[in-house]
Design a binder for this molecule. Structure first.
Ligand SMILES: [Ca+2]
Length: 568
């Protein structure tokens, strides 16, 4: 039933035939937002150790500073203690957890009393962020009002210590500002789920370091019951993954391809969620199950971002579209969702398809960067979808490079056969489409979350969208350095929106009593569905049989991909 996109397909778009699918029941409990956030913050400061004692610190605090104290004093993380001892005047950003009976206002007053600047209210952990001198931060930790203080740079990348952007053969890492951002964050520790056609996880670009045999594709799941392998036999997912987290500096130093191509988060982890069969065909229901895997396994793999470089082929209001319900569930569970806008240009229905028509998610259109590292000549690509959704929302939210992009090629995949002249250096592939623009934003989102772990999806979206720069001819293009420095009102987005009707306001999850399909459940994958490069492989239990689901089995379109054989 599955048609292969073969060499007969020219430079183009391909929509998939509708394919029915059925299900059986199995409901998986949803994670609560509180549990997820707390789990993450605990991971951040696992080494918080009893304070060695700072006898002079308490005396620096006024009476009001300890008014809410409940006995004892807080802990500074080991990293903060070391830094405070070595460089007490160095400005740092910290996460302060207050004791239960201490208010945020008292916390802010405490920070100010030590010459610091309070940051965000982190009410979910009864805390706040703050910027102040390391020595002062150490003294904050000594207050009886404080439970713990940890540095917010704990997961900065350590492996890519000397990125050399000038070796890159492509321009998007520089034009977006991602290459500059790498001196602060390379996405290390952040998991990006690529819901796509699979990832060739054993490529050197996905290693944890040069010479390592360990892959940063840390888990894989296969959702489509017709897939016979976890590998990417089609090619789309591997190209997308390379733009998120590929790293050409992990090739051997003598390799002529060393350091030529990299994604925007070259140390991030990837979670491959294959929702297509081996020929790249996928349905709406596959995508819904893929999103549910990301939510169900968020804590296991620290999934903070999902990339969706496809769209439904049936236009429906976001308030009722089941795929939009699934992306909102992920969003409300703390996962930043990035969706490709589509390649329909200014067509009347250009932005009317899930998931890009959902007002919460970050919908990404494409620019043509003209092959130069300066963004000054970048223009919105004529084929990049733009317009107003059927629900009245302007899309896309932001633009990123998407024309003549070179990324990782899945060995032996359909892509290579479809366009042999698009192959670059035997290991990469050049192509165009909003499918390529979306993962460039997903990688930048991972970098932002590594730098600011407590940012919510709405804050990540605000930072990216509100710091983007208008282009001549329309659209706003991402600027990574502006985004990482965003603060205040720039971090606000998604105000006053009404969720999809299938979202239960009590749980922020899909109400499976109201939905016409059931939740999936997961089992460890075996045989060919277990990816060779990762210890954790999963398959969907509830995806292969049963009666008609009621969910439109329309296929996902991988994008109206365009091959590009030269710089235009
Ligand atoms: Ca340019």
């Amino acid at each position: 039933m599955a048609a292969i996109l073969g060499a007969a397909v020219p430079c183009i778009s391909s929509r998939r035939e509708a394919r029915g699918r059925a299900l059986t029941a199995a409901v998986v409990g949803a994670l609560s937002l509180i549990a997820a956030v707390l789990a993450w913050l605990l991971v951040l400061s696992p080494s918080a150790a009893p304070r060695a004692g700072a006898p002079s610190a308490r005396s620096a605090l006024g009476a009001s500073d300890i008014a809410g104290g409940s006995g004892g004093s807080g802990d500074a993380s080991e990293a903060l203690s070391r830094l405070a001892a070595a460089s007490p005047r160095q400005q740092v950003e910290v996460i302060i957890q207050l004791r239960p009976d201490v208010s945020a206002a008292q916390g802010r007053a405490l920070v100010r009393s030590l010459g610091g600047q309070p940051g965000f209210d982190l009410h979910i952990i009864n805390g706040l962020s703050a910027r102040l001198a390391a020595g002062a931060a150490r003294r904050v930790a000594s207050s009886p009002m404080v439970h713990a203080v940890s540095l917010n740079a704990a997961i900065r990348g350590t492996t890519l210590t000397d990125p050399t952007p000038w070796t890159l053969a492509t321009s998007f890492d520089q034009s977006t500002g991602a290459a500059k951002l790498w001196s602060r964050s390379t996405g290390a520790g952040v998991g990006v789920a690529v819901i796509d056609t699979g990832i060739s996880g054993d490529l050197p670009d996905f290693q944890t370091a040069q010479g390592s045999s360990t892959s940063r594709v840390i888990a894989s799941a296969v959702v489509d019951p017709n897939a016979t392998t976890a590998d990417d036999t089609y090619g789309h997912g591997t190209a997308v993954a390379g733009l998120v987290a590929g790293n050409g500096w992990y090739r051997a130093s003598g390799d002529p391809l060393f350091g030529q191509y990299a994604g925007t988060a070259p140390d991030a982890n990837l979670i491959s969620i294959k929702i297509a069969d081996d020929a790249g065909q996928s349905t709406t229901l596959d995508a819904i199950y893929g999103l549910q895997f990301a939510v169900d396994h968020k804590d296991s793999y620290n999934i903070r971002v999902v990339n969706l470089s496809f769209r439904s082929t049936s236009a429906e209001s976001y308030t009722t579209d089941p795929l939009d319900a699934a992306v909102e569930q992920a969003w409300f569970h703390g996962i930043t969702v990035v969706a490709a806008a589509g390649n329909l240009g200014t067509a009347s229905d250009a932005v009317s398809y899930a998931p890009g028509n959902d007002p919460y998610v970050i919908t990404v259109g494409a620019t043509d960067g003209q092959g130069t590292p300066s963004p000054a000549d970048d223009v919105q690509a004529s084929w990049s979808s733009r317009g107003v959704t059927q629900d009245g929302f302007s899309k896309p939210d932001v633009l990123a490079p998407g024309a003549h992009i070179v990324s990782t090629l899945a060995p032996g995949s359909s892509f290579a056969a479809a366009c042999p002249t698009c192959v670059v250096g035997g290991a990469y592939f050049q192509l165009s489409g909003t499918s390529l623009a979306a993962p460039i934003i997903s990688g930048i989102a991972a970098d932002l979350l590594a730098a600011h772990p407590w940012w919510t999806p709405a804050m990540v979206k605000g930072a990216i969208v509100n710091t983007a720069i208008p282009l001549d001819g329309g659209g706003d293009e991402v600027r990574a350095m502006g985004a990482v420095s965003a603060g205040g009102g720039q971090l606000v987005s998604d105000q006053n929106l009404t969720p999809n009707r299938l979202i239960d306001p009590g749980t922020n999850s899909i109400d499976y009593n109201a939905a016409s399909w059931t939740a999936a459940s997961w089992t460890t994958a075996i045989n060919s569905l277990a990816a060779s490069w990762t210890a954790a492989s999963w398959t969907c239990l509830a995806c292969s049989s049963g009666a008609d689901s009621g969910v439109s089995p329309t296929s996902a379109s991988w994008t109206d991909l365009g091959w590009a054989t030269n710089w235009g």
